[in-house]
Design a protein around this ligand. Sequence first.
Ligand code: AMP
Ligand code: MG
Length: 410
Amino acid sequence: MPQQSEDTYRGIPYFISLEEAIEICYDNPISAEIEKVSIDDAHGRILAEDLKSLVNDPPFDNSSMDGFALRHEDSKNPPNTLEICGTIQAAADSGSVVVKPGQAARIMTGAPIPEGADSILMIEKCDVEGSVVTLNEEAKPHFIRKKGENLSLGKVSLTKGTYLRPARVGLCATMGYPEIPVFRKLKVAIISTGDELKSPGEKLEFGELYESNSYGLAGLVSWLGHEPVRMNSVSDTIESLRQALDEAAENCDLILTSGGVSMGDWDLVRKIMEEEGDLKFWRVKIRPGSPPLFGHWKNVPIFGLPGNPVSSHVVFRMLVAPFIRKSMHTQEPKELELTVTLQDKVKVVDKFLTLRRVTVHNTENGLVAMQPRHQGSGNLESLASGDALTLLGEGDSGEIGSECKVLILG
Ligand code: AMP
Ligand code: MG
């Protein structure tokens, strides 16, 4: 059970635990739609239905070696010399060759096993002289790949919610599917807010900086298999923000903003959501990244992410990614959690989930984590050079030598 919020702000849950925030998001999922795509376009998509194999794999008994197919009986007590009764390179040849006692058929990897043969001897163990072959070892029955030994016809081999990584797309082809049912990609609007933001390539005036959040967030959206729509950053006025949110709600399934969600007078995302949106919660007990809000703008779900670059990224991974996965009936792509021993002291924040950027090393004493960078939430380099985020919660000390769970950064 998620911990109940101790506080409310204007009637909405305020400063809640991450678990409680996730529960509220889960109560408001985006409904997933199904489309069929060509197998060529299935990479990185989420499978929308269970897939049953349309064939046996392999479809027929075949050789796993280049060599000779023969009766095992005839290979006992080597060496033995047998008559070569034919060559089987592919399915077309197999019907014409029958292996009788005292005979062997030359066979290529993947070719069907001829009638009469029950084992294979690899070519390296054979001496061929004209129309006879001398077997220098006993033949191997397990060099025959049996029909259906990998997949049997009708067996569900990929389930709904599977993230289609390359081997799985290959498996769709093995099973006989030219088209794959997948969940339609979500279009995710990304809007950065702030008068001080310039795009890389533009000239910076004093007080300005390069906008980075939208690029990292776009990568995170793509990583989950969806379509980022990176919009121009918006200046700090209610009018321009309203216009951008309206445009995003018109064209997209989900809106992410960054910046403007704290207490300041210019924190207009919070202000406009309070006054004109449908706010579901504000602020979460994680550090960094405590300011986010969640709600709906014109019925489209919206996350107001913090402006600090580390925070916007961390909140995506901890809050937005679970929400998107849940909406798509999947737990993939999987996140990897490991237990490490801390080699540096990590500052924990009482009653918060503390997410520090650490490097992880495999040593003779097991996995250890170090915190080589300063942990300011504006220090994107600490995230870029880190291997993992600490998951320090209730009861964790963060002391040197203590164990701690970490989330590996992909
Ligand atoms: P805010 O939450 O709008 O007060 O922003 C917090 C800090 O994050 C400020 O130092 C901003 O300049 C910075 N910031 C806000 N948005 C971005 C962005 N898109 N890219 C890089 N830094 C940002
Ligand atoms: Mg701002």
